[in-house]
Ligand binder design. Sequence first.
Ligand code: HEC
Length: 101
Amino acid sequence: MNKKNITLLLAGVAGLSLSGIAGAADRHTQTIAATCMTCHGPGGHSLGAAPSLAGLEKSYFVQTMKDFKSGARPASIMKRHASGYTEAEFEAMGAYFASLK
Ligand code: HEC
């Protein structure tokens, strides 16, 4: 392996560990996500009352929460839940739920 390849390899390893940090949810995100799980099921896996959140595409999650908040997507209860959070929190929760398998 020549020098250039080693540099590329190291860059790749650094990139992986950085994305690992970005994927781990902070305490605030885990705390608010835990309130969602009372309805959406433990770990985001539905027990039947509300749809599963685990593994949802982040972009879909964020757009859906914005639509609940604005009223663009009609909902029984979710407008009230979405209204309490900022867009940054939608992004953080979206990354967290997408990471749950
Ligand atoms: C009181 C129960 C309850 C709580 C708490 C709750 N939800 Fe929901 N959620 C629902 C129900 C019921 C639906 C189905 C849509 C509707 O009728 O509002 C839903 C739908 C959703 C959807 C759409 C899923 C899809 O597949 O389109 C998302 C995303 C969502 N909720 C996210 C959240 C998040 C994030 C939280 C926490 C901040 C949360 N919910 C808290 C009951 C709840």
